[in-house]
Design a binder for this molecule. Structure first.
Ligand SMILES: [Fe+2]
Ligand SMILES: [Fe+2]
Length: 183
């Protein structure tokens, strides 16, 4: 963490050599989140369909549209890196999304309990994204890639907002309703 903090002040860092080890690592991580976003895009319609509460359905719909834009931003990032847009399997996201699917399988349709589970699963996705985009934006600055950093920061803000919206839905409605539900 210390090294990252030091570079935060260094906004005018020169662009790194194309073949630097850090740059290669960065590109690999961008491929990882690209794979993740594409799979999130496939999972969101299923989550929307599974949700009982309309507010939650709307939140998933909004984030679905945002995710399309986030993939476009990553396409732009690849372009700026002179790299082919390509995903690399993200084992962590695969696991998180599988967990979300099992929540749908294990809960009953139309229940607030399922919505609680969906929110929990979706927030795990958002937290993974927040840490990834936060780290990558910082790394882009270190590499002197400010334009890329800005693109990643825009997405980071959307992920944070989504996380807050989900917390709001859980706190205001869904959790209380779920408590009332019979086992
Ligand atoms: Fe995303
Ligand atoms: Fe997200």
């Amino acid at each position: 963490m210390k090294a990252m903090k030091q570079t935060a002040a260094n906004q005018d860092a020169p662009k790194s050599q194309d073949d630097s080890r850090l740059r290669k690592f960065f590109i690999d991580e961008v491929k990882d989140i690209y794979w993740a976003e594409k799979h999130i895009l496939k999972a969101l319609p299923k989550m929307k369909k599974a949700a009982a509460c309309e507010e939650l359905q709307n939140a998933f719909q909004t984030h679905l549209e945002q995710t399309e834009g986030q993939i476009e931003r990553l396409d732009k990032v690849f372009e700026l890196l002179n790299e082919k847009a390509q995903g690399k399997k993200c084992e962590a996201m695969e696991g998180i999304l599988k967990e979300g699917e099992s929540i749908i399988d294990e809960t009953e349709d139309g229940t607030a309990t399922r919505d609680v589970g969906l929110i929990l699963a979706a927030q795990k996705v958002e937290h993974y994204e927040i840490s990834t985009y936060g780290g990558l934006a910082q790394l882009a600055r270190t590499l002197g890639e400010d334009e890329i950093a800005e693109l990643l920061e825009e997405t980071l803000e959307e992920e944070k907002e989504t996380d807050e919206i989900l917390t709001g839905i859980a706190e205001d409605d869904v959790n209380y309703e779920a408590v009332e539900e019979a086992a």
